[in-house]
Design a protein around this ligand. Structure first.
Ligand code: BG6
Ligand code: MG
Length: 219
């Protein structure tokens, strides 16, 4: 039998449209500090850990703060972010994701989550797709943030696939770089100009057909 491939999905901005909630929550902190924080700045935060994201925002505004103050902002940001997730259900899953997950399952492929988020599990539970995943690696399991490939390498290891046989779906520049460094197949989901380092690009999952998936499975 042919070796199974390992399909690794980022979460925020790939499976669910939570990237906008991260942005809104950070924007509230940035506004309170009079730091200009645009959607363009937000691209720098995609795929990046919560702690590093705050540092980037503070750097943007040349703001220095004590660890105690930073910890308060981190709690505040997460509380604001979680308030957007209270009523989350399967309607928040991005278009085309479930058919792709179904197709991969039907073809007996391996599926993992590779996310920087510490809120990943409750999101998968709320949206009802937890059972698709053979492995879940999230912000609680890694010490090095993307573009470090750690999260994807652990995911491949847990799936028992070699990096060469792994495919990563990502919406962030840092995540695409991490997949490339790990020698995995990188698939950018979103703006191809921003994600130009990806080996393949799709605006969203509705553009991913079964012929592309078969190509990856047969590779
Ligand atoms: C990534 C997001 O998936 O998770 C980042 O792209 C976010 O924007 C990071 O900062 C950490 O998420 P959380 O939920 O642990 O704050
Ligand atoms: Mg993402």
């Amino acid at each position: 039998m042919k070796k199974k491939k390992g399909f690794i999905f980022d979460l925020d901005g790939v499976i669910v449209d939570t990237a906008k909630y991260h942005y809104l929550a950070w924007k509230k902190i940035a506004d309170s500090l009079n730091i200009e924080f645009t959607h363009e700045h937000n691209e720098l935060l995609k795929g990046v850990s919560r702690v590093r994201s705050l540092d980037i925002i503070l750097e943007l505004g040349s703001v220095e703060a004590s660890q105690e103050q930073k910890d308060q902002w981190l709690v505040q940001k997460n509380e604001e972010y979680l308030s957007y997730l209270v009523d989350m259900d399967q309607s928040e899953i991005l278009p085309g994701v479930v058919p792709v997950l179904d197709y991969l399952k039907a073809n007996e492929q391996l599926i993992a989550l590779g996310s920087a988020s510490k809120n990943a599990r409750p999101i998968l539970e709320k949206t009802g797709i937890l059972s698709y995943f053979d492995a879940i690696v999230d912000g609680n399991d890694v010490s090095n943030a993307k573009p470090d490939p750690e999260v994807f390498l652990i995911a491949a290891q847990q799936l028992n696939t070699s990096p060469n046989d792994a495919i990563v779906f990502e919406d962030s520049v840092a995540g695409i770089q991490a997949a490339n460094i790990a020698n995995m197949t990188s698939v950018g989901i979103g703006d191809a100009t921003v994600l130009h380092e990806a080996q393949h690009n799709f605006k969203d999952f509705t553009f991913i057909g079964t012929s592309f998936l078969n190509e990856l499975i047969e590779k």
